[in-house]
Design a protein around this ligand. Sequence first.
Ligand SMILES: C[S@@+](CC[C@H](N)C(=O)[O-])C[C@H]1O[C@@H](n2cnc3c(N)ncnc32)[C@H](O)[C@@H]1O
Length: 264
Amino acid sequence: MPWKQLAQNALSSLGYRLINTRTHYSHDGLHSLHHPYFLSDPTFQAAYTRGVAASHGPDPQTHWRVHVALWAARQALAIPGDFVECGVNAGFVSSAILQSLPWTPSPRRFFLIDTFDGPAFHQYSPAETVAGRPHLAHASLAAGAYVTDLSRVQANFAEWPQARIVPGTIPEILPSLDTSEIAFVHIERNCALPEREAFAHFWPLLSPGGIILFDDYVYYGHQANTAALDEVAARLGLKILALPTGQGLVIKPGTGQSPPPALP
Ligand SMILES: C[S@@+](CC[C@H](N)C(=O)[O-])C[C@H]1O[C@@H](n2cnc3c(N)ncnc32)[C@H](O)[C@@H]1O
């Protein structure tokens, strides 16, 4: 028996599986034997490359998360309303979305909300503080991982007339947003309080069929997000779909469609 088979059998008897990370998808906390067909799609590649360019940095290897975001945003193009991103930073995901979608001339806008000054540290809960989230955020801020140069952000989005950069802190900034009909919201703040508040704020404004995508719903180390978002979802009679990428997805029932019945 070849050594590889022997190793596989031994590991399997211990409950492990051997994965060749050169031939299978293994990035961003996701190790999968499935086929990431989108990696060879030129539309995906161009969008992803534009996202990396916005970041001015190394490729974060978040292909599968970006694939989900592009799919959700594309679905939402069939729905009336504006697009929103809560937590933009340099504009990695939003630039990929803006680059890839066939924006026809329309009054649809893409609101891009961020402090552009890093996280609002007072918003971390005691549980998040114990879990080390503010410490991590301070380290990221010090390392320059959060963009604080607004002119850089403006230059990045200058090519898209739909883009509306909104500097401000969530939730305080939300009521000043000049929109009453939303088709797509991407929420990525890495902090439970503003994620929860953004979800509660935008759900009533979401058009039937509209989509909210949470970047960190079940992502490793973000258990506080899961609990906070589930609390809002329960109040609204919803269940968020947990994706193996760590993201969460919820779609507003279409016109004439009732929400699914509550579970016993
Ligand atoms: C992980 S980054 C977002 C990444 C971004 N979506 C991308 O595609 O690269 C989280 C962002 O949320 C912002 N942020 C955190 N708390 C916020 C709050 N309460 N209001 C507005 N922005 C906030 C931070 O400044 C940071 O830029």
